[in-house]
Design a protein around this ligand. Structure first.
Ligand SMILES: *Cc1c(COP(=O)(O)O)cnc(C)c1O
Length: 461
């Protein structure tokens, strides 16, 4: 995995060093020197501490939305980081600012937005969504922002930050915003913006974006799509690894007003890379401000003029740019086959679970997240079994498997014969976001099978 990194690491560092050497030599200040041997020791302790992480890189790890960046992104980030450009202003980093505009153009075309759409990278999906909701508030002052109860908790929190009423619309058993309830809300005329989610963080479900866009169109409301997790799957909308409804929902993003996607989730990037796009570039007026000290080199648009954040890593834009040179946003090469493999992993794993007498699926996965549970008569027993499976699998020193736990409304399990004797139930969740998960799911299933037998036999450890 690190072969590519080791092969090109010195090229990247030397390339930057050569550029520096083209300037007249100067002496580094002695205060920056480190005592001989000090780094060797500190670095060894540092690496030792980093070994305390869960193995996010390994197919055994299917717990949270976590994986290392592609080595190409690491190289891209490192090379730019040695210069440390700041994409807040053009003069903070002309080349990486230009690269940011290029990658934003690629994202614009991925989502089918007009080429003059306004967009920029952010340091996270949280900030990108905050900007979308802030613009929504400016355009519909005094009106509420509606989102599904299964939407990311950031929307409720950011509504509070913005002083806007947030309205949680119930979700259906499929984990999708209940569009009939939304329609009533829109009819009442108090909702100005609807947040549709393309890939919920819990189970990867997609709201019916097309239906939401139609309703909002009819009632004069805005639609913002939170595609932080699922946005890149739009690449596969013409391939058969997605179901028709999922493909259509991803397709409908192009009819919405704004969209957020996180290259640091499914775009192979290290943390520090989210993105926001607005269909109507004129919303740039809300960002208008005058800075006495930054923008001086040109009349061209500075990214800092259209973002809420000030300093922002030019290296994040550089890393994404370099990645897209070799792994472009295409269905049959580049990022497409990576995502297709994660999707195959999920459908295969879901089929294995569905066929297993002792496990059940919360629902068919729409993307690469599979939520499932060990069968039992009562929800309290499902909860207890899930919690011990989760812990026992993770703590098995010889053959560990890392999953996560998802708390759901117990009524969701009723139609599978589980009696809801408690209000909420912990079930299991696997995020199969690495292409290597495609081959790992058989092992995953057999470990679950073994562990469930051991757990049922011995009670919870
Ligand atoms: C991850 C995620 C967020 C938050 O984004 P960060 O990059 O973690 O700040 C928001 N919405 C959804 C759907 C997400 O999956």
């Amino acid at each position: 995995m690190h072969d590519e990194l080791l092969e090109y690491l010195s090229d990247a560092v030397r390339g930057i060093a050569d550029w520096e050497a083209s300037w007249e030599p100067f002496e580094r200040h002695p205060s920056l020197a480190i005592p001989h041997g000090a780094l060797q020791d500190a670095l060894a302790r540092y690496i030792e501490r980093l070994r305390g992480n869960y193995p996010f890189f390994h197919p055994r790890y299917a717990g949270q939305m976590l994986k290392p960046p592609h080595p190409v992104a690491a190289l891209g980030y490192l090379a730019a980081m040695l210069i440390n450009p700041n994409n807040h202003a053009l003069d903070g980093g002309p080349p990486t600012s230009a690269m940011e505009k290029e990658v934003v153009a690629s994202l614009t075309s991925l989502f089918g937005f007009p080429s003059d759409a306004l967009g920029h990278l952010t340091s996270s999906g949280t900030i990108a969504n905050l900007e979308a909701l802030w613009v929504a508030r400016e355009l519909h002052p005094g009106k509420a922002i509606a989102y599904s109860r299964d939407a990311h908790y950031t929307h409720e929190r950011m509504c509070a930050v913005l002083g806007v009423e947030g309205r949680a619309v119930p979700a259906t058993a499929r984990g999708e915003m209940d569009v009939s309830v939304l329609e009533q809300e829109l009819r009442a005329g108090t909702v100005g913006t609807v947040v549709a989610t393309a890939g919920t963080t819990g189970s990867g479900a997609l709201d019916d974006i097309g239906a939401i866009a139609d309703l909002c169109n009819e009632h004069g409301a805005r639609v913002h799509v939170d595609a932080a997790y699922g946005g890149f799957f739009r690449l596969l909308r013409h391939s058969d690894v997605l179901t028709q409804p999922t493909a259509e929902r991803l397709g409908a993003i192009e009819r919405c007003d704004s969209v957020v996607v996180d290259p640091h989730k499914h775009g192979l990037q290290p943390y520090g890379c989210g993105a926001i796009l607005f269909r109507d570039a004129s919303v740039g007026r809300f960002y208008k401000h005058d800075s006495p000290y930054t923008y001086f080199t040109s009349d061209e648009l500075h990214l800092g003029e259209i973002s809420l954040e000030c300093s922002r890593a030019g290296a994040a834009a550089g890393a994404l740019w370099l990645t897209l040179q070799v792994l472009p946003l295409e269905a049959d090469r580049g990022l497409g086959p990576v995502l297709a493999a994660t999707r195959t992993a999920a459908t295969t794993f879901a089929r294995l679970l569905d066929q297993h007498p002792d496990f059940g699926l919360l629902r068919e996965p729409a993307l690469d997240i599979v939520a499932f549970f060990p069968h039992a008569r009562h929800a309290s027993e499902v909860d207890r079994l899930s919690a011990s499976l989760f812990a026992n699998l993770m703590n098995d020193a010889d053959d560990p498997i890392f999953l996560s736990v998802l708390k759901v409304d117990s009524r969701l399990l009723e139609k599978q014969g589980v009696e809801a004797d408690v209000a909420t139930t912990r079930i299991l969740r696997s995020v199969l976001m690495k292409p290597e998960h495609e081959r790992e799911v058989l092992h995953l299933m057999s470990r679950l099978d073994d562990q469930l037998r051991a757990t049922s036999r011995g009670g919870s450890k």
